[in-house]
Design a binder for this molecule. Structure first.
Ligand code: BES
Ligand code: MN
Ligand code: ZN
Length: 490
């Protein structure tokens, strides 16, 4: 797909998509479009208010011009969504060359065009992974769309860089959509390992995979305990990208449960099919190192993904079992459905002990309780570091992957005490489940001062405009990518 920038001229693209904000510039912006397209004065002003979700279509010399309303004070997420929804809904109509334009004020030029292009590219995503007939799939899979032009009169030397970054992150996000949307018979731990290996080979970073034997040798006992009920062996993925030799390392840990039945503490069946997405944390972490390496970001990353299924078998761990862990601490498994925290315990202790990163961020579809608290509007964030917390809050707000901070007070730890082991994996009280899970994880971080836990249960796999049922969102890749960029400046 050819993507380029051009000044606005008289040559009309087959489709021109123009995004407008509902602000004090709207009138002038519409007037200038009326004169550009030689329309009678007022015809756009009378018919288009630039409200959120408003779409106005007209033909000009047989070419399509589409105005996309953004409402008041739209951010990156609103721009992205407007373009993504339009392209998604008009997949079968769009063809030829497409121009996109934002009439954002000059200081918002960069992010508004990045968001617009990100939206157009994601709008072409085709979810029909396993359909025999992929007809009517994404326009970008065929050759219906020949070219995308970012048209703007703004002078800037960085267009190519913006386009390249956006093209690359969109590719990463769509590859992650596929990974999360894949069902568990096509996606087991080794598939996550293969994805990581493949990305490492392509983008020049190192990926090491511990198979079951190596996990045993290393003493990753909590991961092994969860995997006991599964025919598909676990893997422990360690990916390392060094973009700033000698500089500090940022550690990422992602929950890679490729299917969560609950184990012997079996989940009810009604929504169990959604548990193919219980590797959303792994997906975010793998996607982040992928885009960081592609963009050659000036940071050092180590990404760890403990991956397993949580299934039912005669050998599966049973409620009440006491297991070991990489840290040497013992865990009483009250509920086998609280498996994410078990494998993350090993991921976190491993990263602390072997890499001692300056910052550690873990992402996990960890608790239903997180969804009760925040729905799919934000991830729950737990950290003791106010600076990182503020940074992630602001970035999340700007880029549409919001986080909301929750407490890590020690009072929540009392309920995790076990009589016979060092800690138990379930509080036993039907309250504060996301927080007590975070307190459990904290126990395995060796009091790392810059550890951040993001519970992404509500945001990784959601209802959305782009599929009939819930589907993967690639939540976290944009947030972490932007966060890493802030770390390169230090
Ligand atoms: N993977 C689930 C959490 C989850 C639930 C993610 C719904 C996305 C949607 C996790 O492993 C789990 O089962 N958590 C239990 C913990 C409980 C047993 C303490 C939960 O939240 O119900
Ligand atoms: Mn579970
Ligand atoms: Zn789970």
């Amino acid at each position: 797909m050819n993507i380029l920038q051009k000044q606005i001229d008289n040559e009309l693209s087959n489709f021109t998509l123009i995004a407008l904000e509902s602000n004090q510039n709207l009138e002038n912006n519409l007037k200038s479009l009326e004169s550009r397209y030689q329309l009678s004065s007022g015809v756009l002003q009378n018919n288009f208010k630039a409200e959120a979700k408003e779409v106005f279509h007209f033909l000009n010399h047989d070419k399509h011009v589409v105005l996309l309303g953004l409402g008041k004070k739209p951010g990156f997420a609103e721009y992205l969504k407007a373009f993504r929804i339009y392209v998604h809904q008009n997949k079968n109509k769009l063809n030829g060359d497409i121009a996109i334009e934002t009439m954002a004020s000059p200081e918002n030029l960069e992010w508004s065009y990045k968001a617009a292009l990100n939206g157009v590219l994601l709008g072409g995503y085709c979810i029909k992974l396993y359909k025999a007939d992929k007809n009517g799939c994404a326009p970008f899979n065929g050759d219906k769309i020949t070219k995308i032009t970012l048209q703007s009169d703004a002078k800037n030397d960085n267009w190519n860089q913006w386009i390249e970054e956006t093209r690359l992150i969109s590719e990463t996000q769509m590859s992650i959509f596929d990974l999360v949307n894949s069902p568990s018979n096509k996606k087991y731990p080794q598939i996550l390992a293969d994805w990581a290996k493949n990305s490492g080979n392509k983008n020049g970073y190192q990926v090491e995979i511990f198979d079951k034997d190596q996990c045993e040798k290393k003493g990753l006992e909590a991961l092994l305990a969860v995997s006991k009920g599964s025919e598909n062996p676990p893997v422990f993925i360690i990916a390392q990208y060094l973009g700033n030799p000698g500089g500090p390392t940022i550690g990422l840990v992602g929950k890679g449960v490729t299917f969560d039945t609950g184990g012997i503490s079996l989940k009810p069946s009604a929504n169990m099919h959604m548990m193919k997405s219980d590797m959303g944390g792994a997906a975010a972490v793998l996607g982040t190192i992928d885009i960081a390496a592609k963009m050659k970001l000036n940071v050092n990353l180590v990404a760890i993904v403990p991956s397993t299924e949580n299934t039912v078998d005669g050998l599966a761990i049973k409620p009440g079992d006491v297991i070991g862990s990489y840290s040497g601490k013992t865990i009483e498994v009250i509920d086998t459905d609280a498996e994410g925290r078990l494998i993350l315990a090993d991921g976190l202790s491993y990263i602390v002990k072997n890499f001692n990163p300056q910052i550690i961020i873990d992402l996990a579809t960890l608790t239903g309780n997180c969804i009760m608290a925040l729905g799919s509007a934000a991830a729950a964030m737990f950290t003791l570091d106010n600076e990182i917390s503020t940074s992630l809050e602001n970035l999340g707000h700007t880029f549409g992957e919001k986080v909301w901070r929750m407490p890590l007070w020690d009072i929540y730890k009392e309920d995790m005490q076990s009589d016979i082991a060092d800690i138990k994996n379930l509080s036993g009280k039907p309250v504060a489940g996301a927080i007590t899970a975070a307190k459990f994880l904290e126990y395995f971080t060796e009091e790392h001062p810059k550890w951040v836990h993001l519970d992404i249960a509500g945001v990784a796999y959601t209802d959305n405009e782009f599929s009939m049922n819930r589907s993967g969102t690639s939540w976290g890749i944009r947030l972490l990518f932007e966060f890493l960029k802030t770390q390169t400046k230090k």
